[in-house]
Design a protein. Structure first.
Lengths: 265, 265, 265, 265
């Protein structure tokens, strides 16, 4: 009997790209709040979500992951990855929520776990300034004046650049936030005549548990999206850049809430 | 309204990781026929397929891809990728067929198109000797004595090495062949309590059209799989290595045949 | 006793990044002739070379390499690499020659062999359309109307894009040509006070032997350089784009001619 | 006039792979002390150094770099890299020192700065467990019991794996240490007949200033080198593994001491 949570399914089940949940994550985020054009934001919302506000946020994140028993972080090429998450504001049945129209990560295992949660992941190249807690011209300290940068490139084209200069500790995370974000789970059909009738097409809400947040630093930010011939990130480019944030978080994922099946009957 | 064949779904639909089929492919394959342990082969077969023989084949392939109108090959980072395909022999309702237990590719777009066809793709690093049609110590000619090598590595560990020395042109492709291979399409659930009840779990058979094959070269081969802590390729290691092949092929994919829904009711 | 042609020097001498010459190369080039601003071209010339014309050429090349006894092409990750070579026109003591101000390659072994020949190599990401000699929407044929593309990116920013549409076979290679190009060999000092006094700083002319050239295809071309915050390729951007070319070549390198020691006495 | 500290030399001098020193570094090291076979250690020593002891150390390091005015860490793909440094024990004129026979890094700019200091760098893939200072199954805390892993692969083959479990803070850095290590600066000739007469071949000792060290954690370690067909790291494999360490450090490099010119007269 074949075993495994995702393909490949194999006799021992240890070859799956993503193992059975729970999935444990810990990482550091550099986030920037901004406003996009309200019509653009509305145009990216899926059926079932209403426009709420033009408020968006990007998260450049440095993650480490492990399965329940895997200790993958000791073979860190299996565990570490970077991500750039774009969240826009929305509402579901009148309740504000975040929706993710675009996201990039730099490892296949992150891509697969993402698809299962409805994150529309593609492979990208994400780089984020690190702090090493020693004063040096080669890096910032986590404290007032500490300056961090981050970049996103996809298939050899740079798509986004951001900087954040820390000013003060705050108690509030950026908005919108990825904690209970809404995604679309989607898996298409290939049989002739059914290319428009996905096998899976549903609005879902993320669930996480055992969430922990480090002290949160806030400051001023810059954010720029660059033109691209086919990726639509520039449609959601900043018209007004807000605050920047830096914080670490840990969380565990092993559940998901179905909001609505979007398949036409 | 959001458009796109796969995630991400966006207003213009140009951001999808995989665009709407048809998908056009052209590439060169270095293939090695071999026999694995029959019990091992049987243990990798999914429900619905019967054991047929211990005959296996690996294909190291150098692909270029384009969508119907995309001309992606002119921006070749969008179009080119390498693949290592493992096929084992099986039978469906008494008819011999190929089944793919493991496959690696080096681009996210190939991974996504693969998942939709049931190819259990993961990202790997595949390298294949090229011929440049000029006599040189730096490369083989496509002709008697021309020697080609290929390697597969996954997450910084080498998994397979092969060589093929061409001897003669033949009219027969290697067996098993990927033309009408059988795969499992699979997309899991994440909602608590449903981790064992995939949303999609079906036995499918590949379809392709407009297939063209170059002259086929055949010769002797070597093939070696290396130990790995969790990937199960070594379970299907060669007990007897057969012939090697080199050929190019072109094909178009926009259909798939459902053989059986494997979900338990 | 330590052995090796380059660092690292080791007991067996098999760890050197570049082994003892001769070095054998075979590859395919997509080349575009163009004119840059004459003042810009002149400003990139080193001492010892005079301005000759504003004629430039870029070569996007797909290489395979082997040492005298190494058969590195059978472990192709050791052997294959891509390159983007920029050549500008110059004259040495009244004789026209090519000079290379900028070049990128995607393997460390190519970078090291390059530095030894005075190629000012950096690591870049180069992609070039391939032909697989089968009619397909996924790739061109080598013949009239065959359309090829190539791109260069460096550290996640795209720097150059080119296309060539083949029209006819010709007997003339593009100009300027890399066969006997002039380079600067350069190795700096780090001791305090000597940062401006390189240990090696000399004008050299490339030598190659056993050169073979495939049929040469010529046609029309497009070429574009993109802005960059610190790399100076855009200073040599096209003001007029000429013809495009595609050809393969093989050559062997194990010698070099010193033209002039550029160190101040 | 062309400017720049290394190739390429250009009108503005901003294209050089490595800019003019000083070079500022900050990073975190995971280090393992071990003993190799004494004859093997002796066989790797260059002329001018005497055998001192079989004590070796490997450093897996996560670096961030900036030039004097460059703030490269805000465009982190220019600044961040990983390294695996092997140091063996030696003595120069009776004084114990460290010597580096082999080292791998994952960025071209690190490779070039390294060659100038005599580090025998090649490109490799280095991964190191990170701590994010939050309790999680996905990563260790920096404290008693915190377990870190690191791996090295070169050209798709894994060469080394290590783990360190932290136990206590100590005041002593591992031995041998890279602070004042001895290297060979080396730049070969390519002119026919001079392949054995390098242009630069000298024993040098590293200098650094403004060194800062974080608290140092020490614990037990594991370390394994894997067989390789041509890289000689396995010759220096552990016969006895000692303690493991984790610490951060910052330092500035803009000088070097020449110990001896090794060129034969």
């Amino acid at each position: 009997m074949l075993k495994g949570y995702t393909l490949p399914l194999t006799p021992k089940g240890t070859s799956s790209l993503a193992p059975m949940p729970p999935w444990h994550y810990v990482g550091t985020c550099l986030a920037i709040e901004y406003e996009a054009d309200p019509d653009a934001v509305a145009s990216f919302l899926p059926p079932g979500l209403e426009f709420h506000s033009p408020q968006c946020a990007v998260y450049f994140s440095d993650w480490q992951y492990a399965s329940e028993t895997g200790e993958e972080y000791l073979d860190p090429i299996r565990s570490q990855y970077h991500e750039m998450i774009l969240l826009i504001s929305a509402a579901f049945q009148g309740n504000p929520c975040a929706y993710c129209p675009l996201i990039w990560a730099d490892q296949d295992v992150a891509l697969m776990r993402g698809l299962i949660q409805g994150w529309p992941k593609q492979i990208g190249s994400i780089w984020i300034t690190r702090s090493f807690d020693l004063p040096s011209k080669a890096g910032p300290l986590v404290g007032p004046g500490g300056k961090f940068g981050a970049t996103l490139a996809v298939k050899d084209r740079r798509l986004a650049e951001a900087t954040v200069t820390l000013r003060e500790q705050v108690s509030q995370l950026p908005t919108p936030n990825f904690a209970r974000a809404v995604n679309i789970r989607h898996f298409p059909e290939l049989a002739a005549g059914r290319h428009d009738c996905p096998a899976v097409h549903e609005l879902v809400q993320l669930k996480s548990r055992d969430v922990q947040i480090s002290p949160i630093w806030k400051g001023e930010a810059s954010l720029q999206f660059f033109d691209h011939p086919y990726l639509e990130l520039p449609s959601l480019c900043p018209v007004k850049v807000g605050a920047g944030y830096r914080f670490s978080c840990a969380l565990t994922v092993d559940d998901l809430t179905l909001l609505r099946d979007l398949r036409s009957k």
